[in-house]
Design a protein around this ligand. Structure first.
Ligand code: NAX
Length: 325
């Protein structure tokens, strides 16, 4: 029996995949002593490209990389996987409404969720990146009877990292001086990056920044529109920073400690998020893969209003995909 960690990655021939796979194979996600087996899923038109990526991985001669499987069959990709990183999804086409996108992707996540529940390892953890990631994650989790909802999370970490870097820049401090930045709700422009409870060099961020208009205006706007700004500048959506955020997300899940992390997890009504949707919430990890939502963070009326809006959007998305749940 192999002692390698088996990692299934969907959409592996895409942009994020191209940034992500070498970093996982180099040990950046699971550590320098852990052998890795990659099981990569694509749709048939992208299979040749995926084989090219696999060739490049081979040519890196990574000491930790034990095997790379390329496939178009979810049952093969998820078989025995301890981590399922669901990156692939259908992009929004011209004239496509968000509701259409939810339905198109919903079908993908019904199939992948069923396959994961049937095939993945008993200790499997699932992380959804493919958008709309919160609702896709809820759909995938709903297909399961073997793995519980606590095994499924969706990625808010890119938003968190963007907000953290922006606060550091504004305060003129190093990024590691900024902590406890949690992005609540949906990974969409309705998200709420909470600067009021963030810390800068151990002090409350609002006191250090000293500009509440900026925190409630330009800061929120810049974080919410950062993805669009990168598309406008690069002609392509964020990929290296998304891959990096996924590595941070998995570290957060795997590293017990007091640090607060923002993950989209199944809400039990914390901070007014509708029960049963996957909402960005503050969590602490108590053992590898085991986390609890931190419930004692206080919010003022401005924040509560923002939380209500993003929560309502998640509830609305759930109504649109009700047939898949
Ligand atoms: P790409 O379009 O470059 O790659 C997506 C890949 O998924 C393609 O190769 C495609 O063939 C594959 N795919 C489509 N349907 C599939 C299926 N049913 N099974 C397996 N593979 C399938 O997109 P990329 O830039 O890599 O982004 C991937 C996803 O991440 C997108 O949905 C994107 O919106 C989302 N993002 C999410 C972020 C987050 O913070 N949660 C940030 C980055 C990114 O925008």
């Amino acid at each position: 029996m192999s002692s390698a960690t088996t990692v299934a990655i969907t959409g592996a021939a895409g942009q994020i995949g191209y940034s992500l796979l070498p970093r996982i194979a180099a040990g950046e996600m699971f550590g320098p002593d852990r052998k890795i087996r990659l099981q990569l899923l694509e749709i048939p038109p992208a299979l040749d490209a995926l084989r090219g990526v696999a060739m490049e991985l081979q040519d890196c001669a990574f000491p930790l990389l034990e095997e790379v499987v390329t496939t178009t069959d979810p049952d093969v990709a998820f078989s025995g996987a301890s981590w399922c990183l669901l990156v692939g999804s259908k992009p929004r086409g011209p004239g496509m409404e968000r509701a259409d996108l939810l339905l198109e992707n919903g079908r993908i996540f019904v199939g992948q969720g069923s396959s994961i529940d049937a095939r993945a390892a008993a200790d499997c953890r699932v992380v959804v990146v493919g958008n709309p990631c919160n609702t896709n994650c809820m759909i995938a989790a709903a297909q399961g009877s073997r793995l519980g909802p606590e095994r499924y999370s969706a990625m808010m970490r890119l938003d968190q990292n963007r907000a953290t870097a922006l606060l550091a820049q504004k305060a003129g401090v190093a990024v590691e001086e900024v902590g406890d930045v949690i992005v609540y709700g949906n990974h969409s422009p309705s998200m709420y990056p909470d600067a009021a409870n963030a810390r800068i060099a151990g002090q409350p961020a609002p006191a250090v920044i000293g500009d509440s208009d900026w925190l409630r205006g330009e800061f929120l706007e810049t974080v919410g529109q950062r993805g669009a700004a990168i598309i406008a500048a690069r002609g392509l959506s964020s990929a290296a920073s998304a891959a990096n955020a996924l590595i941070d997300h998995v570290h957060a899940l795997n590293t017990p400690g007091k640090t607060l992390h923002g993950l989209a997890v199944c809400s039990r009504g914390e901070y007014g998020m509708p029960r049963g949707v996957w909402a960005g919430l503050p969590v602490r990890t108590s053992a590898p893969g085991v986390f609890a939502v931190v419930e004692d963070i206080e919010h003022d009326s401005f924040a509560r209003n923002a939380l209500e809006k993003t929560g309502a959007e998640l509830a609305h998305e759930r109504e649109l995909v009700a047939d898949f749940l």
